[in-house]
Structure formats: structure tokens, C-alpha cells
Design a binder for this molecule. Structure first.
Ligand code: ZN
Length: 295
């Protein structure tokens, strides 16, 4: 992404005659590219820097193999996380102005994050139940993103979805263990709108959010996590990445939530092959852990 922007800015600069004009062009391009960036940490843990504010999303900071695999899911004998963090936990936390916990499943909010994060860091949750839980864990600056909130010049809007299929949610036990999860839209004047879709399958709520916010960046949890005995998945997969590329034709799609938790059925490698095959590779970023994408 950054390389492409750099290349186009060089091309622009070369097409201009005076040094002053090319310097201006480069400066203007630089300020645009630095406005929004996303750093993939591991699984759904990402750092989004938006309008000079850094949001740490779904922090999971435990070492590789800390937890047993999720019961009744794909590859449940593997321990989570499957891989270590690409940097120290302290470096993950460094610079975060706020935390957003889309839901409190262990692969989005773990003991190490609860222990290591400053207790007074502003922390957004999806509902009162999760707010109560995080306050009980010692956090003192907890907010519920019930609809919209402002933080550091950024407007955050909650979006909906369903963390599994209708068949799964027809079982009270499964519905309870899956529970609700949220997505978040980031907006600020002069910035590309970013839609973090969250843990959901493709639903009407996703189409509505794409219609309503017209995002230029769509971040998809694309590991296609599956449960034993059920068709379908509890989050999106590669076909949803393709669908998003069509539903939001002007947007860059960022795929995350792969290669770190036992029940991920699809890998980054598989997704890379798929986007090549579908010829949408220029539209889709699939960052490795630790990599940063600039928009
Ligand atoms: Zn998840």
C-alpha cells in the first residue's frame, strides 16, 4: 500500500518541472498517507492509528500455548495462541491511547492484557455486561459504545452482526457461548473511513454498515473459524473477502484474525492464493503479524 503510494507520488513528482512543486506534492502525499494506519499484531489484535489517536483493538497478550484450544471447535487439541507475539507485550501496549474490546472471548481479551494494560486507559466495550466485567477486572475508565462516541477527534460508531449462523444461534447453549460481538466504524474529517467488521458472519447489518458509512477501508476477521458439528463458520472467510471487494468497490480490504487460534479453518496462505485466483490481490491487504499497512 505504502509502496504503491510512494511510487505514484514519485511519478507525480517526476512529471512536475520545478523542485518546489515536487517537494510540495511529496509533502501533501505524505500527510495523507500518514493519517490512517493499521498494525497487525496477532489474531484480531490490531493497532489502528487514526487522526493521531491510537486504538488498541482486542488485546491478547499471552504467550504461545497459554490456553487449551476452544472446546467443540476445529483442531481443539491445539493450544492457544498458536504463535507468540511479534514483539514484546509492552511494545504492543506502547502508544495506545484507548482500547476497544469488541467482545470478551478469550481470543479477543485475555488475562495477560487484563494484567498488563494500565488500569486507567480508556476502554470501550460493546455493552453493559462487558463493561461490568472489565470494571470488575480493575479498569476504571470503561465506556459502553452503545451507538456513537467521540474520542480524540475520532467518531466511533458501533455496528452489528452475528457471531455464528442462525442454526448455531438456534441452540441456547451455543448462542450463549457465542454471544454478541460488535464492529466499529472510525470517522474523522479528512480521513478515510475505516470499518472494523468484527467477529460476525456476513449479515444484513454488514450491508447496512457498508451503505451507511461508505468506508474506504474494511477490516475483516477472515479466518473462517468453525465449530464441530455445524455447517458454516462463526466469522468471515475468503468468500466474504471477495464479497466485500464487490460490495465496497472503492475500498481496500484488510484481512486479519488468521493463523493464531486453533479454530481458524483458513490461513493467510490460503487467502493469498484465493485473492490471486479471483484477481483481487490489489484490493486486499493480508498483513503478517507485526506488519503495518498505511492508507
Ligand atoms: Zn474471534
Amino acid at each position: 500500500m505504502y509502496m504503491k503510494t510512494l511510487a505514484s507520488s514519485l511519478a507525480l513528482a517526476l512529471s512536475l518541472n520545478t523542485g518546489a512543486a515536487s517537494a510540495q506534492t511529496e509533502a501533501a502525499t505524505a500527510s495523507v498517507t500518514e493519517n490512517v494506519q493499521l498494525q497487525q499484531i496477532r489474531n484480531a489484535t490490531v493497532k489502528i492509528t487514526y487522526a493521531d489517536t491510537t486504538f488498541l483493538i482486542d488485546p491478547v497478550l499471552s504467550r504461545k500455548g497459554t490456553y487449551p484450544g476452544f472446546e467443540k471447535t476445529y483442531r481443539s487439541t491445539l493450544r492457544n495462541p498458536l504463535v507468540d507475539l511479534p514483539m514484546s507485550a509492552q511494545d504492543v501496549i506502547a502508544g495506545a491511547d484507548a482500547v476497544i474490546v469488541t467482545h470478551t472471548h478469550l481470543d479477543h481479551w485475555d488475562d495477560a492484557a487484563q494484567k498488563l494494560l494500565p488500569k486507567d486507559i480508556p476502554l470501550f466495550t460493546q455493552n453493559q455486561a462487558d463493561a461490568t466485567m472489565t470494571r470488575d477486572q480493575g479498569f476504571t475508565n470503561v465506556r459502553v459504545l452503545s451507538d456513537k462516541a467521540k474520542f480524540g477527534g475520532v467518531t466511533l460508531s458501533k455496528t452489528g452482526g452475528q457471531h455464528g449462523t442462525d442454526e448455531m444461534f438456534a441452540s441456547p447453549d451455543v448462542a450463549k457461548s457465542l454471544g454478541p460481538a460488535m464492529g466499529v466504524v472510525f470517522e474523522a474529517p479528512g480521513h478515510k473511513t475505516l470499518y472494523l467488521v468484527g467477529d460476525t458472519i456476513w449479515r444484513d447489518e454488514v450491508d447496512q454498515a457498508l451503505d451507511q458509512y461508505d468506508p474506504q477501508i474494511v477490516v475483516i476477521n477472515a479466518g473462517y473459524a468453525t465449530m464441530s458439528g455445524y455447517e458454516g463458520a462463526i466469522i468471515m472467510g475468503k468468500e466474504d473477502v471477495l464479497r466485500a471487494s464487490k460490495a465496497a468497490p472503492g475500498a481496500t480490504i484488510v484481512a486479519t484474525h488468521m493463523d493464531a487460534i486453533n479454530h481458524m479453518f483458513q490461513s493467510r496462505k490460503e487467502l493469498r492464493e484465493y485473492v490471486q485466483e479471483k484477481r483481487i490481490q490489489d484490493r486486499v491487504e493480508i498483513p503478517e503479524d507485526g506488519a503495518t499497512v498505511k492508507f
